[in-house]
Design a protein around this ligand. Structure first.
Ligand SMILES: Nc1ncnc2c1ncn2[C@@H]1O[C@H](COP(=O)(O)OP(=O)(O)OP(=O)(O)O)[C@@H](O)[C@H]1O
Length: 205
């Protein structure tokens, strides 16, 4: 998977959040988008995700041989963010089953293994509305990482996780992302310490 942005910019009303962003992402690179609160990390992630259009410039996606049309990109992406809502009425088991009706498991992974990996078997029949914020965040990360997509986007991945949860997050990254293009939006080193490419959003103002 490759993503190329050329002179990309995004604004809300009259305010430019970033401009002149020319950058190439390629599998299996690990990229971190860095910047202070409100600088535009989530906005750039949303443009890469395909959920926001650039206000100027272009974004193109390609696999090894072909351009991927923008309307098909969602099939290639897994995304987790604290502001991404889960269906609160679903139990954990239903959440896992529902997610994998639409997306394939990472090779070798099963629904039972996702449950084991989460370490939340006791809560498998509990509705997500009764989950703590850390349990919800773990659920989002496990679903995103255990899905067989070439692109993984994570915004503030360790928000609401405790020390043990942060260690668990690093194990997920180690075990499920070797061949993926990974982009992390973050301002905490612990979240992107494994990355090898760094984008400072403040360089594109
Ligand atoms: N839908 C929107 N309409 C108008 N302004 C928006 C919208 N979404 C984001 N913004 C503005 O864009 C700017 C960048 O926000 P963004 O959420 O991308 O920053 P961030 O770097 O991810 O911040 P944080 O670290 O706090 O999550 C902010 O000034 C925000 O108010």
């Amino acid at each position: 998977m490759k993503i190329d942005l050329k002179d990309a910019g995004r604004r809300f009303n009259q305010e430019w959040i970033f401009r002149n962003f020319t950058y190439g992402f390629a599998a299996a690179g690990k990229y971190a988008i860095l910047g202070p609160n409100g600088s535009g990390k989530s906005t750039l992630l949303s443009v890469i995700l395909g959920s926001l259009e650039p206000s100027e410039g272009t974004i193109t996606y390609a696999d090894d041989t072909n351009i991927i049309p923008i309307e098909k990109v969602y099939k290639q992406v897994s995304f987790a963010a604290p502001y991404l809502d889960l269906v609160e009425e679903f139990t954990l088991q239903e959440t896992i089953d529902f997610h994998f009706k639409f997306k394939r498991f990472y090779p070798g992974v099963t629904a039972a293994q996702v449950m084991d990996l989460l370490g939340l078997r006791k809560a498998q029949d509990k509705a997500l509305k009764y989950f703590s914020s850390g349990m919800k965040q773990r659920t989002k990360l496990a679903l995103a990482c255990c899905t067989d997509t070439p692109l993984l986007l994570l915004d503030e991945p360790t928000s609401n996780l405790d020390q043990q949860g942060i260690k668990w997050y690093h194990e997920l990254i180690r075990d499920f992302t070797a061949d993926k293009l990974v982009v992390i939006g973050s301002n905490q080193e612990i979240e992107y310490s494994f990355c090898d490419n760094f984008i400072k959003i403040t360089d594109y103002k």
